[in-house]
Write a protein that binds this ligand. Structure first.
Ligand code: NAD
Ligand code: ZN
Length: 390
């Protein structure tokens, strides 16, 4: 079968690999019909997450048709069309029982994360030895463990484009809003005009937010946000032209500030000599400075939600402002299975339509070029959904 494999920094190749089989009684094997590239894959592409090995199969956002079923799987049948969660829960540990599936105790045997962070996260598909070395779904076939928990059956009336983002970024956008407790009348500022930031804006409007402001440096992406986010009018700030704090003060002439600030950037990298030069000139901030920027920009008593993915450490946390402004902050990998039934209903009813972020649908055989395009934001690329079936 064809697979997209990580070979090293900025090196993804399409390589043949053996078709996986059911190896545990709770597994299914899926024939993949749609498989996305995520901003989180760009962290692997840049070699910023420890534990990747040459030949690892990538991909954690995918769906398809079940073609083999283990003897202990109860609800999923051969021929079912399912979306798979990027996070792998076991369904029966202390954390899964609290719907904290990204903290599952039984799907990530790696010791490295425990050493770094004190505890291990759950296993994630296609995401390095740090999260369990699970083969990913940028492939024609993939093995899914604990299938009853990690597969969501989808109705035939909905297209792959409408449901595939339930595997990660639609629940992530919703989770960011949950962490920030976004509700009716809130003013929300979102850092990052990538697919996660745009879907976070869409979800904020669906929850009744009064204003949504998106901050980025990519003018094309900011225009995309203004023109394409359904169910509301996004306002934008280009931080190359003005510091977000100053721009937000102008957008809130009554002297208040956003009730909620959402971080949808995470680790980020220079992609060209020009960007390297900008970094040197301090036009771009370092990761710890983004979080401090949120602390600076949110209103007193406001809420901060960090959806962007980080690894390791960021220094100089603005604890003084955090304390004096009486803020709250939550962060985390999204427990997808907690939200996906509700979000599927919202997609069916039409109150959410995540398809507006999808711009490219290349075959899996073009994964190398697709990674380059998404990483370099070429050709108006927002979200890539690859098609493994010939
Ligand atoms: P993306 O790379 O397409 O978008 C990130 C955007 O941030 C880019 O448009 C970039 O120009 C912008 N940016 C860079 N520096 C910035 C700054 N200082 N201020 C404002 N914007 C800045 O990625 P994406 O697919 O939208 O994902 C966003 C983040 O969400 C990634 O870090 C990804 O790993 C993370 N993520 C987290 C979860 C989770 O479960 N928490 C799930 C999926 C993705
Ligand atoms: Zn993802």
């Amino acid at each position: 079968m064809l697979t997209a494999q990580w070979m090293g920094t900025k090196d993804v190749k399409v390589v043949e690999a053996p078709v996986p089989m059911v190896t545990d009684p709770q597994d299914v094997v899926l024939q993949v019909t749609s498989t996305c590239i995520c901003g989180s894959d760009l962290h692997l592409y840049a070699n910023a997450i420890p534990g990747m090995k040459s030949g690892d199969i990538l991909g954690h956002e995918f769906m398809g048709e079940v073609c083999e079923v283990g003897p202990e799987v109860k609800d999923i049948k051969k021929g079912d069309r399912v979306v798979v969660s990027f996070d792998i829960g076991c369904g029966c540990c202390y954390y899964c029982n609290k719907e904290l599936y990204t903290s599952c105790d039984n799907t990530n045997p790696s010791k490295e994360q425990e050493l770094m962070y004190g505890h291990r996260s759950a296993g994630f598909f296609g995401y390095s030895a740090m999260t369990g070395s699970w083969d990913g779904g940028q492939a024609e076939y993939v093995r899914v463990p604990f299938a009853d928990l990690n597969c969501l059956k989808v109705p035939p009336g909905l297209s792959d484009d409408q449901v595939v983002l339930l595997s990660d970024i639609l629940p992530t956008a919703w989770h960011a809003n949950e962490m920030g407790e976004v509700s009716k009348g809130d003013r929300v500022a979102i850092w990052g005009a990538g697919p996660v930031g745009l879907l976070a804006a869409h979800c904020a409007f669906a929850r009744g937010a009064e204003r949504v402001i998106i901050i980025d440096r990519e003018e094309d992406r900011l225009a995309y946000a203004r023109e394409r986010v359904p169910n509301g009018k996004v306002e934008t700030i280009n931080f190359k032209n003005k510091k977000p704090y100053e721009a937000l003060r102008e957008l809130f002439p009554d002297g208040t500030a956003p009730d909620v600030c959402i971080e949808a950037v995470g680790l980020h990298y220079t992609t060209s000599w020009l960007h390297w030069f900008e970094t040197a000139l301090k036009l771009e901030t370092d990761p710890s400075e983004i979080v401090n920027e949120l602390i600076q920009c949110v209103r007193k008593g406001g809420r901060i939600a960090i959806a962007g993915a980080y690894a390791g450490y960021a220094n100089h946390f603005a604890i003084g402002a955090f304390m004096e402004k009486c803020l709250s902050m939550k962060a985390g990998q999204t427990p997808v299975q907690r939200y996906w039934h509700k979000l599927l209903r919202m997609v069916e009813e039409g109150s959410l339509d995540p398809t507006f972020v999808i711009t490219h649908r290349p075959p899996l055989s073009e994964a190398s070029q697709a990674y380059r395009m998404f990483n370099n934001k070429e050709d108006g690329c927002m979200k890539v959904v690859m098609k493994p079936t010939k």
